[in-house]
Write a protein that binds this ligand. Structure first.
Ligand SMILES: Cc1cc2nc3c(=O)[nH]c(=O)nc-3n(C[C@H](O)[C@H](O)[C@H](O)COP(=O)(O)OP(=O)(O)OC[C@H]3O[C@@H](n4cnc5c(N)ncnc54)[C@H](O)[C@@H]3O)c2cc1C
Length: 365
């Protein structure tokens, strides 16, 4: 098999690594497929899911419903539980043989481990932790303005001049960097869970999706680690990603931490099954566990309601909650930047304002 990552014209199609754990697909898979669908449409390419695991064929139609034209299934008992060696080997084999133009992975713990390994082995570039993807069409549009035909060959336009634009926060989140990988393929990117919008499930697309079984070639020497047992953390983690309502606390609760947290929980309940979030200041101070963190180095939420209690609104926090539908900010400083993104802002002491909100909500219910 000849593989040369610099031979960019021999690569085509958009691939999405579809992560599953215990036979359950991740929400990020659907977000990536929905975005991948748009990219594939613009490139006139196929959208292909890459699914690794054991007995996972039953998941193919679900991936089709979110846009995959085809799903390549690598089914093997040695892929049941994720290991870096086995997954890297199988993915790189498939990529070297089929040569996709783009390979997208979720920036989950697994994606963050797997992406760089594969990129190094495939001799290509990777943009980690992206928040936005786009196809660079500028040159194409310029050509079309001059041309009288859509036939790119006839106008001498090289479609390989079209690049995937991968955007991610840089310099501590103070600016957004857009990165391209013009000389090598595939263009690889890990994308933060929750930032891309997932489409609705489409039954017709699901039915039309084609499954392809890829022969897994693994030998004992490919596997350097063995998972002996998996110990699940018994503590219940908060589900910020799927939450409809998030009430988040910041350093503004420092006057009485326990009271601040319990008020936030009470408000979350009064708003209807809300989930407790936090700024990084709260996590770094050890007041709440890391799974509560919202922001650039935490989770990205798209809740219907987001309440920020005593949070200043630093760019790194805002990048994780600005897509919420209704943002309610309570801060004692009227110049706090959180008010710039808030739908409703209340200037005041959270310890006085929140009990009044809870009371009115209880009365209204
Ligand atoms: C690389 C990098 C990544 C980062 N990632 C994240 C991230 O993922 N998430 C994140 O949140 N941060 C992140 N940060 C940190 C971020 O820059 C801020 O330091 C942090 O968000 C501040 O948290 P805060 O708003 O709770 O605290 P502060 O900035 O200290 O703000 C506290 C606010 O509370 C208000 N207040 C005080 N008392 C009261 C009261 N009684 N009632 C009402 N309001 C009150 C104050 O007016 C103030 O606005 C990151 C930073 C870096 C450099």
């Amino acid at each position: 098999m000849s593989y040369n990552s610099a031979d960019v014209s021999s690569f085509k199609d958009i691939w999405v690594f579809c992560e599953q754990r215990d036979g359950m697909l991740m929400e990020t898979d659907f977000e990536l497929l929905s975005e991948g669908r748009k990219l594939a449409h613009e490139r006139g390419a196929q959208l292909v899911g890459l699914l690794l695991g054991e007995n996972v064929k039953g998941l193919v139609k679900e991936l089709g419903g979110y846009g995959a034209d085809r799903v390549i299934v690598c089914d093997d008992p040695r892929l049941k539980i994720y290991t870096t060696d086995a997954y890297t080997k199988v993915i790189c084999d498939a990529v070297m043989e089929r040569k996709p133009e783009v390979l997208l992975l979720g920036a989950s713990n697994i994606g963050r481990d797997l992406g760089p390994r594969c990129a190094a082995r495939l001799h290509t570039g990777l943009t980690a932790d992206c928040t936005h993807l786009d196809i660079e069409m500028t040159k194409y549009v310029e050509f079309l303005k001059e041309a009288s035909t859509l036939d790119t060959e006839a106008i001498g336009f090289d479609m390989q001049d079209v690049n995937l634009k991968m955007t991610r926060p840089a310099f501590g989140g103070h600016l957004m960097a857009t990165i391209i990988c013009p000389r090598f393929r595939p263009c690889m990117s890990t994308v933060r869970p929750g930032v891309l919008k997932k489409d609705d499930f489409d039954r017709a697309k699901s039915e039309a999706c084609v499954m392809e079984i890829y022969p897994v070639k693994l030998t004992e020497s490919d596997l350097k680690t063995k998972v002996l047992r998996t110990v699940k953390e018994t503590r219940e983690l908060v589900d910020l990603l799927g939450a409809e309502v998030v009430v988040a606390v910041g350093r503004g609760i420092s006057k009485d931490i326990e009271k601040g947290i319990s008020l936030a929980k009470e408000l979350a309940d009064a708003l209807g099954g809300g989930v407790l979030g936090a700024s990084r200041a709260v996590i770094d101070s050890g007041w709440l566990s890391a799974d509560h963190q919202v922001g650039q180095t935490g989770k990205t939420v798209r809740s219907r309601i987001y309440v920020a209690l005593g949070i200043s609104g630093a760019i790194q926090h805002v990048s994780g909650m600005q897509n919420a539908e209704h943002i309610i900010a309570i801060n004692k400083s009227e110049t706090a930047p959180i008010f710039d993104v808030a739908t409703y802002g209340i200037t005041g002491d959270l310890f006085k304002v929140v009990p009044l909100m809870i009371e009115s909500l209880k009365e209204a219910n």
